[in-house]
Design a protein around this ligand. Structure first.
Ligand SMILES: Cc1cc2nc3c(=O)[nH]c(=O)nc-3n(C[C@H](O)[C@H](O)[C@H](O)COP(=O)(O)OP(=O)(O)OC[C@H]3O[C@@H](n4cnc5c(N)ncnc54)[C@H](O)[C@@H]3O)c2cc1C
Length: 491
């Protein structure tokens, strides 16, 4: 059977490895880190456990489909818990916990924001149609202009509100500013501002309510661990501590890879899962690239980065599983991080207190607290070594003030900080832009690097840098689309 080399063991690489190993392909997956999962891996500090990156898992049926295609049942590998309410939103002096069920939510909104319940219903009715129009685009390849111009894409255009931003779409339906933000802040899930993110992505808040937000017991890292198990069950090889140093290219054909230890491995096909811009700039000489040269990559638009604090707290916190704290001026904050490149003075903060649902995350009577603050990527000139401690202090004081949990800081037993510099240097993310290229139409579908990579023969892409885009469900779809194309190319 054909031998497939996979560069990177993040969710994209592992999903592709799982699908192809199940079809009998010989899988050789090389991961640079000592662990698998990439940004969807776990972080252990003493007896406190954290997810390194993703904490919000939507559309589990997409991953279930991948497991089915691989002859497996996701439920045999992970135990999913659903969140209801979905999360807690903290605005200035006001707290909103949206229920998952759309009818219940409508009543809840009507109680809290009189007259807006009906607006919520309208928003969901319209967004349901938008999702129906978008699904064929997301589920299929976009490797040629013909794919892009296909009827299904054209027909979807009026529905997906190309000319509007996510905030403008929310503002069409809701009068209250807090509701507008509650139905557009999800742009942050893909590293963008609601004031810039295309209106098509208003499917994100709809998806949360329609399909729920899920938490695998043990964290989202369990998803990547589960896929790695399946790969091994099918006889695939996963090598950790085994970075790829360069692609071996003859004319435009890639015949294998050279590892960091100098070893050369030949294969029939190579699947790249490493962050796309990072992979191009480190694994392939600029002179060998025609379309994605360094200067082209520098000019692309990238998503924001994240400043992270992982803290082990020595008593049980009374916080919900997911909490979003909004800045007083949310628009200004988003501008600071996406346009101005400033260290925000009043940041929005996301907290995950997994211990609330999942007792495996911390020792008994204690809490694991994951804190994520969207910040500018490394195209800004911020010196994070200089700023880190002051910014950390600001974050803790906002949390204490806005959640009402006083004096947390004196209960920190363990703490780790990850800055945008660390994402770039230690996790191999180009410019620390954690969600890859921004999701503007000019960088989506045909205009994103293709699953069947256009630059070289025998090279395929999976992960946030290719079609359909960043975020776990789309990354899983990228693996399904790529694996399908690769298999078709052999028939
Ligand atoms: C803080 C944070 C929070 C996020 N939250 C969410 C969320 O809640 N929900 C959601 O759906 N998505 C979220 N995401 C986005 C996205 O789902 C994850 O980042 C996801 O892990 C990206 O998957 P990937 O396969 O594209 O890349 P990665 O996970 O980065 O995997 C790429 C792998 O390639 C490896 N690699 C790189 N270079 C080499 C090399 N030369 N040789 C061998 N291996 C190499 C890397 O070490 C890594 O393991 C979040 C991301 C971050 C960073």
């Amino acid at each position: 059977m054909q031998k497939i080399i996979i560069v990177g063991g993040g969710p994209g690489g592992l999903a592709a490895a799982m699908l192809l190993s199940a079809q009998g392909y010989t899988i050789e997956l090389y991961e640079k880190q000592p662990y698998i999962g990439g940004r969807t891996s776990s972080l252990q500090m003493g007896d406190f456990s954290f997810d390194l990156g993703p904490t919000i898992f939507c559309l589990p049926h997409i991953l279930e489909r991948l497991f089915q295609l691989s002859g497996r049942n996701l439920k045999d590998y992970v135990d999913l818990k659903e969140m209801d309410p979905l999360y807690t939103l903290i605005f200035d002096g006001f707290c909103f916990r949206p229920k998952r069920n759309i009818e219940e939510l409508e009543n809840q909104i009507e109680r809290l924001f009189p007259g807006e319940g009906i607006n919520c219903r309208r928003f969901f009715e319209h967004t349901r149609k938008k999702l129906e129009a978008l699904l064929p685009i997301l589920e299929n390849k976009h490797d040629s202009v013909i794919d892009y111009l296909r009827c299904r894409s054209i027909r979807a255009l009026p529905e997906i509100e190309m000319g509007k931003t996510m905030y403008e779409v929310a503002a069409k339906y809701f009068k209250d500013e807090r509701l507008r933000q509650a139905f557009s802040f999800q742009a942050k899930y893909i590293g963008m501002s609601p004031w810039e993110c295309p209106g098509a992505f208003s499917i994100l808040p709809f998806i949360e309510h329609e399909y729920g937000i899920h938490h695998p017991i043990g964290g989202l890292n369990q998803l990547t661990k589960a896929m790695a198990r399946v790969v091994k069950e099918y006889g695939g090889n996963i090598y950790t501590n085994s970075g790829v140093n360069k692609l071996i290219i003859k004319d435009k054909q890639v015949t294998g890879v050279q590892l960091d230890n100098g070893e050369i491995v030949h294969g029939d096909e190579v699947i790249l899962n490493a962050d796309f811009a990072y992979a191009m700039t480190t694994l392939v000489d600029d002179s060998k690239r025609r379309k994605y040269k360094n200067k082209v990559l520098e000019k692309k638009k990238y998503t924001c980065s994240t400043f992270m604090i992982y803290a082990g707290i020595n008593y049980p916190l009374s916080l919900d599983h997911h909490t979003f704290i909004f800045s007083k001026d949310f628009k200004k904050y988003m501008q600071d991080i996406t346009k101005c490149g400033n260290v925000p003075k009043d940041p929005s903060i996301y907290l995950q207190h997994a211990t609330a649902t999942d007792k495996t995350r911390s020792p008994k009577g204690k809490s694991s607290l994951y804190i994520l603050v969207p910040v500018p990527n490394n195209f800004s000139n911020i010196d994070w070594e200089e700023e880190k401690l002051t910014f950390r202090q600001l974050i803790w004081s906002i949390i204490e003030k806005k959640t009402g949990v006083h004096n947390i800081q004196s209960h920190i037993e363990m703490e780790k900080i990850i800055t945008p510099n660390n994402w770039e240097k230690d996790h191999f993310v180009f410019r620390g832009a954690n969600f890859s290229f921004s999701h503007y139409f000019s960088q989506l579908m045909y205009f994103r690097p293709h699953n069947d990579f256009e630059e070289f023969q025998n090279v395929w892409l999976v992960g946030g840098g290719t079609h359909p885009g960043s975020g776990l469900p789309t990354i899983f779809e990228s693996a399904r689309i790529t694996a399908k194309l690769l298999m078709e190319s052999h028939h």
